[in-house]
Design a protein around this ligand. Structure first.
Ligand code: NAD
Ligand code: UD1
Length: 352
């Protein structure tokens, strides 16, 4: 059985589905602070199998101990965490507590239970500001400019120290580039609370009329069209990489780092144009000043994951955007369109 922390969230829910479809038993631990129980119900429907779901906090050691005692857990995928950059600047302690202390509590419980295989959700943000593209795993980590990024780098360092201290650990640090898209069914996808920080969720909300226009943050970067360039990766490709890492970690020890990206960069303006093609309608936008903390460009060298895991991203940009659009069209208010009893119950008003 695989314990998936944060399994009700955007990436976690796709990972749970992929694990179930690959024949794994899954236990989800999520406190639903940024997700909905509806996501789990939909995953169950898509997989045709029930999911063991526990509503609880990854920092709760007694709960973790009880779960490891009660279920035959062989490995953990650890997605539970907070991820909003701006919020992390305002509430740094909450970020360090969840993302760093939460990871420590999990590892303590794992060690006590004799479970040493862990896949950790890291981020390309740990590379900081680097001008050498593409970014390979050989690139030194940098200095993330916000507490969210720092908490990811700190958690990576905690896990490295742990693996050095005891050879039984086998830990994969998966550095995501920019996950977007949704499951092809349109049943699960990204459902941000409040105003989206990230590009595609914002574009989707403009397209369904929840927001009037996209703000493009800067058109004076040293990139071909002046707008920021990123390596967008389909969330289903991303979670397939997790399953490959999980398999690989069975035969290795220590810490392994893998970039999960496509190796291709697209600018904000290219994203807008490709999205307009997919939706068949214009996307209103305005150019705004650069967003503080943004880098001009960032894309991965994904070869290490291909060489070592036999994994590479297969879905192209049009598929990413079409799948995301299907999810948003079918669920214009996200999971709030369905009654849940949890946090995501207050729907934002929909413009007609
Ligand atoms: P998400 O917010 O949708 O999912 C995180 C899940 O963790 C949520 O369901 C939330 O309720 C849960 N959670 C948060 N704190 C918890 C706690 N203390 N105990 C139990 N559950 C808790 O985010 P996501 O996009 O699915 O991200 C998953 C992971 O991947 C995060 O660790 C994130 O930092 C990392 N990551 C995400 C991106 C991205 O662009 N989405 C990029 C790089 C890394
Ligand atoms: C951001 C975070 C990063 C985090 C990642 C995934 C910052 C500085 N970085 O990365 O730490 O790991 O999300 O959660 O917040 N853009 C617009 N208009 C928008 C939104 C974005 O023009 O409304 C532009 C940005 O300037 C950037 C690109 O779109 O050039 C992608 O932005 P975003 O989706 O927020 O991802 P990152 O900035 O790469």
């Amino acid at each position: 059985m695989i314990l998936v922390t944060g399994g009700a969230g955007y990436i976690g829910s796709h990972a749970v589905l992929e694990l179930l479809q690959a024949g794994h038993e899954v236990l989800v631990l999520d406190n639903l602070c940024n997700s909905s129980r509806v996501a789990i119900s939909r995953v169950e429907r898509l997989a045709g199998r029930p999911v063991n779901f526990i509503k609880g906090d990854v920092r709760n050691r007694p709960l973790l101990n009880a779960l490891f005692a009660a279920y035959p857990i062989e490995a953990v995928m650890h997605f539970a965490g907070l991820k909003a950059v701006g919020e992390s600047v305002r509430e740094p302690l909450r970020y360090y507590e969840t993302n760093v202390s939460g990871s420590i509590a999990l590892c303590q419980a794992m060690a006590e239970a004799g479970v040493f295989r862990l896949v950790f959700s890291s981020s390309a943000t740990v590379y900081g500001e680097t001008s050498v593209m593409p970014i390979s795993e050989q690139c030194p980590t940098g200095v993330p400019t916000n507490p969210y990024g720092q908490s990811k780098l700190m958690a990576e360092n905690v896990l490295r120290g742990l693996a050095n201290s005891d050879p039984r650990w086998s830990i994969g640090l998966l550095r995501y580039f920019n996950p977007i898209g949704a499951h092809e069914s349109g049943q699960i996808g990204e459902d941000p609370d409040g105003t989206p920080n990230n590009l595609l969720p914002f574009m989707l909300q403009v397209a369904v009329g929840r927001r009037s226009e996209l703000n493009i943050f800067g058109d004076d970067y040293p990139t071909p069209d002046g707008t920021g360039v990123r390596d967008y990766i389909h969330v289903v490709d991303l979670v397939k990489g997790h399953l490959k890492a999980l398999e690989r970690l069975e035969q290795s020890n220590g810490v392994s780092v893998w970039n999960l990206g496509t190796g291709a960069g697209y600018s904000v303006m290219q994203m807008v144009r490709a999205f307009e093609e997919v939706t068949g309608r214009p996307l209103p936008y305005v150019i705004k000043p650069r967003r503080p903390g943004d880098i001009a460009q960032c894309w991965s060298d994904p070869r290490k994951a291909w060489q070592e895991l036999g994994w590479r991203a297969e879905r192209d940009l049009t598929t990413m955007l079409a799948d995301a659009w299907r999810w948003q069209r079918q669920n214009p208010r996200g999971y709030a369109g369905e009654k849940t009893g949890d946090k995501k119950t207050a729907p934002a008003a929909l413009a007609s």
